[in-house]
Design a protein around this ligand. Structure first.
Ligand code: ASP
Length: 582
């Protein structure tokens, strides 16, 4: 190594040692006689000291040529620092320089490489290699690395095998849109990049590898959001000879292990909530249970009192915000505007203030007297000083709207602390979900998920009510993972395909390999996949996954550093038998 130590490790105990450091120039302060240089590498920052007149004049001369981000090699003696910097791991020492080499120069970087940078998102993405020099990003990647190592440790300990599955696979219509890759050797034919290794991991179970995992890239051509990237990483797992409980306990164990080893947090047993209850009490299949404000249905106390909006509604539902009766008109107007935003779509917001003196003040006083309002407040278990919010309308819609308001209130009341973690399992998802566009049922999870045996008879009569052996891991309102017990019986898998609108030929054509495999002794099996980028961002206390990925894409799915996607040359297109007509 060109260095004897890193820029993050020298301590008071090292005083008097002769050392050599390498790194980038973070800052040079030249106060005439004294020159300080901050040298940075991946491990930290160390201060270098020079004194005009005392230090070697060649070294002083070199120091005066330095600019930000120059790469240097600096040698000298560790000395005690006169004024300590408690914010720095190396804050008690500095290096009295005796040698200084410029290993490479740098042009002025387009933004400051400090914890708080002046660089905008696009600029930082364009010069990602500079952005990655910043401590916050470095810390994120360090966290990612730690999580991947601990994940592997845990799974290895549990006898899981990491097995790679192919990236060039076959396009199938179910799920999200595929990214496709043209095949040069097979004219007119395309590979698809995997949205997940789902069928491969199931085939590995048929092959007898009864505990599989892989930290694997998955590709989905979907519209992007802060927590979505066209390529992302999953901790993908599958187990054979298991029931749902075995999978939940294995991965509950992993969640607890990761929180303990990486964050030092003890997580108690994960609660399990039925999908139906999650929707009823939180209006979401990924409830944030760091805080209460559970929904209470008010149809019996709020309907038939002459308020048409409520009387016509399928559901009248509300929750209580503790101690918020003092909210001003302005605050309430803001919340009303919030629920009326087109993305949320409520027509209005009804509120009831439970005053300290036991009286009530509501936005619907015209229709409801004090007794009526008291009956709502009793039903919702409100106390004086609390504020009730009530929405009404079509059941599914109104629950979603109230969920948005609940989360917004959670934010306003600062109940969503990113350093508090509340994981849970949401279980018993519906097997199928109605799709208005195609006017047919789709698999809510994927077509390989098994229905609950006791619900199979409803497949023909009430398909929407059939429950699946499917589960999600939810932490702090974020879906971190999901999985299911799979179908391992060929006839049941064929029946599923039929219910999903596949003809026998289509099913055989697209999934024949799986149906065939199921004829050769497929064991009962099931699994789960956790979003590794999301998990890392959550551990890092952030919503966006972008800064936990070394080289992410922007909102339009572009890598603006390498400028991709890009046009390819005509002869390349020819070779691939692709003609572009624009
Ligand atoms: N393959 C599924 C997914 O990517 C997860 C699973 O069922 O294991 O969502």
């Amino acid at each position: 190594m060109l260095r004897s130590h890193t820029c993050g490790e020298l301590k008071f105990e090292d005083v008097n040692k002769e050392v050599t450091l390498t790194g980038w120039v973070q800052k040079v302060r030249d106060k005439g006689g004294l020159i300080w240089i901050d040298i940075r590498d991946r491990y930290g920052i160390t201060q270098l000291l020079l004194e005009d007149g005392r230090s070697d004049s060649e070294v002083v001369k070199t120091a005066r040529q330095l600019g930000r981000e120059y790469v240097i090699k600096a040698s000298g003696k560790v000395i005690e620092r006169v004024s300590e910097n408690p914010n720095l791991a190396t804050g008690r020492i500095e290096i009295d320089l005796t040698g200084l080499d410029i290993l490479n120069s740098s042009i002025t970087p387009p933004f400051t490489i400090e914890d708080d940078t002046d660089g905008g998102e696009e600029l930082r993405m364009k010069y990602r290699y500079l952005d990655l020099r910043r401590q916050p990003l470095r810390k994120n990647l360090e966290l990612r690395n730690r999580l991947s190592i601990e994940t592997r440790k845990y799974l290895d300990d549990q006898k899981f095998f990491e097995i790679e599955t192919p990236y060039l696979i076959k396009s199938t219509p179910e799920g999200a849109r595929d990214f496709v890759v043209p095949s040069r050797m097979n004219e007119g034919q395309f590979y698809a990049l995997p949205q997940s290794p789902q069928t491969f991991k199931q085939l590995l179970m048929v092959a007898g590898y009864d505990r599989y995992y892989q930290l694997v890239k998955c590709f989905r051509d979907e519209d992007l959001r802060a927590d979505r990237q066209p390529e992302f990483t999953q901790i993908d797992c599958e187990m054979a000879f298991v029931e749902q409980d075995d999978i939940l306990s294995t991965f509950e164990g992993m969640v607890k292990y990761l929180f303990k080893t990486v964050k030092g947090i003890d997580i108690p047993e994960l609660p399990r909530m039925d999908y139906a209850d999650a929707m009823k009490f939180y209006g979401s299949d990924k409830p944030d249970i760091r805080f209460g404000m559970k929904f209470v249905e008010l149809n019996d106390v709020a309907q038939n009192k002459g308020f048409k909006v409520f009387d016509d509604a399928e559901l009248v539902v509300g929750f209580v915000a503790d101690g918020c009766a003092e909210y001003s008109r302005k605050q309430l107007d803001k919340l009303t505007e919030f629920v009326k935003k087109p993305q949320i779509g409520a027509k209005g917001l009804v509120y009831v203030k439970c005053n300290e003196d036991g009286s009530f003040k509501s936005s619907v006083d015209k229709f409801f007297d004090q007794d009526a309002l008291k009956s709502w407040s009793d039903k919702i278990s409100a106390k004086s000083g609390d504020l009730l919010f009530v929405l009404s309308g079509e059941k599914d819609k109104v629950r979603k709207q109230l969920n948005e308001l609940r989360l917004e209130m959670g934010n306003r009341m600062e109940l969503r602390d990113p350093n508090v973690f509340a994981p849970l399992w949401v279980v018993d998802f519906p097997l199928l979900e109605w799709d208005e566009d195609s006017k047919r049922y789709h698999a809510m999870h994927h077509p390989f998920t098994s229905p609950k045996p006791e619900d199979i008879s409803m497949l023909d009569t009430k398909p929407g009510e059939v429950r699946a052996n499917a589960y999600d891991l939810v932490i702090n309102g974020v879906e971190i993972g999901g999985g299911s017990i799979r179908i391992h019986d060929r006839d049941l898998q064929k029946l599923m395909f039929k219910h999903l609108g596949f003809t026998d030929e289509e099913a055989q054509d697209q999934f024949g390999f799986l149906l065939n495999a199921f004829e050769y002794g497929a064991p009962p099996h099931g699994g789960i996949a956790l979003g590794f980028d999301r998990l890392t961002a959550l551990f890092g206390g952030q919503d966006s996954i972008r800064d936990f990925i070394a080289f992410p894409k922007n909102n339009s799915g572009r890598d603006i550093m390498i400028d991709s996607p890009s046009i390819i040359a005509d002869d390349q297109l020819d070779e691939l038998n692709l003609k572009v007509t624009v």
